[in-house]
Design a protein around this ligand. Sequence first.
Ligand code: ADP
Ligand code: MG
Length: 727
Amino acid sequence: MISRDSSAAAKPQQCHEASSSARRASGAAGLQHFFAPASVAVIGASTHPGKIGHDIVRNLQTSGFKGAVYPINPKAPEILGLRAYASVLAVDGSIDLVVIAIPAKAVLPVMEECAQKGVDSVIVITAGFKESGPEGMELEKRLEEIAGRAGIRVVGPNCLGIIATSTGLNASFAPTFPRVGSLALMSQSGALATAILDWSVQNGIGYSKFVSFGNGLDVGVVDLLRAWEDDPETRVIVAYMEGLPNGPEFMRVAKEVSRKKPVIVVKSGNTRSGARAVSSHTGSLAGSGEAYQAAFKQCGVIRAHSMEELFDLAVAFAYQDVPRSRRVAILTNAGGPGIMATDAVETAGLEMATITPQTVAKLGTQLPPAANLNNPVDCLGDADAERYTFTAETVLADPNVDAALALLTPQTSTQPYESAQGLAAATARSKKPVLACFMGGGAMTSAIELLVSKQVPNYSYPERAVQALATMVRYREWREEPEDEIERFPANTDAVKGIFGRAREEGRVNLGEIEAREVLQAYHIRMPESRVAQSAEEAARFADEIGYPVVMKIVSPDILHKSDIGGVRVGIASRQEAMDAFDLMMLRIRRYAPDAELRGVSVQEMVRSGREVILGSTRDPQFGPLVMFGLGGIYVEVLKDVSFRVAPFGRRHARQMVDEVRSAPLLRGARGERPCDLDAIVTCLLILSQLVTDFPEIVEMDVNPLKVGEPGTGAVAVDARITITEH
Ligand code: ADP
Ligand code: MG
């Protein structure tokens, strides 16, 4: 326990930090009282129906909670037949959980009373804190101080409360109590949580735990992941989140938890990351949405893009095991939907299972001659329940089949309810995952209800079922992958420190090509030979030495986009051209950028062949360094065809970054294009990942372009720029 003596109270700040980490260290066990308390006190309990404090007491009474309930209200002797107390201090026994539902201004004093009473778990339902402006923010800070000092774990403020079905605990003001099930749901939004609950009850979806954590003063996403990772009542963790206080911590914990059970997240509010002015391509292409997307991929979190998809996935994972492989059988009583489903299977990257000759023969003994005995197996529109069930059983027994999609459409001889019974029984026996798609309206209602009650998830369209199945397969594959090991490449970090230091001394945070070259060189990224000339004669001499053709570029700390103002000339083929180019470039730049400090013209070896790709990095406020990959030129600017990962990452993710862009086939050599050295790109991405991890002061950088030759020839960075922080 946290000490509560006077010396601790005298140093609230220090004490708060210590207790906060102690609270976190207590981990899952620390949240036990929220889900299985022996006693609950409701502060703000009211005699008036419709008041939150009244509804919470009523919910505790009616949901099957077996522990003691203490309504706290100084004015009422009795509430809903229970003796009421003036304060928690008036209660004789210990109190495991306190629910606070009184106006914000009154919360702090009762929190102090909770501390005095030795309460360790409090739900603050009350709104009017951080979410309501500066005053509320201050109130929330003080609430946190009291909690930290007293070692009290807090859910809320500004939340709906908690439900735990196995203990019959409804410590919330939600009017509906869901049935027992294996989904655990956490939601940042309380309003959404009530809607989800209501909908779930209607659709027969069961929960183990349900937490609306509101402002997340203390208990938040990471704590709940930890609390549920080994919870035997929970098969699937579902989260609705708007933001995260600590991206890297979330990634670390979510990755561990996802190895044990699926974590499905809906993240709303994909806005651009802040109002910071961006100077790089990467900066302008990376919003917080991209960062979350990358982070979720890297830690195995399953992302749903809508509430509908969230539940499509949640029920699939909750009711069925993940398939052993991608091989799927489709069973149907109608050709059209069978073909639709087949298309969906192929688009989703699943495989149509090859039905064995033995299975085909067995199906042939009972199915009419017109039936299709191969995948998609069609038992025809006149199939009754017996034939449909026989088909399901036979297909599921096939050793080549690891999952099935069972379609049914209402036709004249169709027996939906009996077919559902047969399918559910066959599914239970086979132990292979089956998703159903009983299509239609009224005719299917009772059949669908039966399927859901037997834990066979049903989808209104084949595509949605296939999506759910494909997500399950991908999750399984992710879980079986070994850790993506972080490699280290040789690097001269002292040299980089020196370069950054010098720029800062000159009051600059933007490093142009010349300085960025030095940084990349320190990390052994290949670059064309390059020398800075101060005169036309010198430019010509360097060009002679480097060998024609050469490229010439203006060197100025004030010019970031050189070619925009005529600061780049490629294909300079002779001594004379080099001299002319020098003079012309100086003249032109002086005109277009009269205030720019010019440091000469760099004469550079021209890299003649190769595809141009862009690598870059920005710093995301949530997750830290984010590395980007894309094809150069219009692919980046017009199509925004880029991929992201949070650094540091390993070779597998670097390869995925390359594979993920839509134009990846061009790099692999499709349609007469020459293939390029993908390994070289991957290595550069890994080096960049290391660089931005080593130097958190790199705010943004672009390597644009990296020119990539044919396989085995490597890649050369012909331009780069870096922006660093001021300190
Ligand atoms: P900017 O500041 O305008 O981005 P770059 O240095 O990227 O200037 O040059 C513009 C373009 O010129 C590059 O995208 C590339 O196509 C070409 N280029 C620049 N340097 C070289 C080089 N050394 N070899 C071949 N092409 C180059
Ligand atoms: Mg460039």
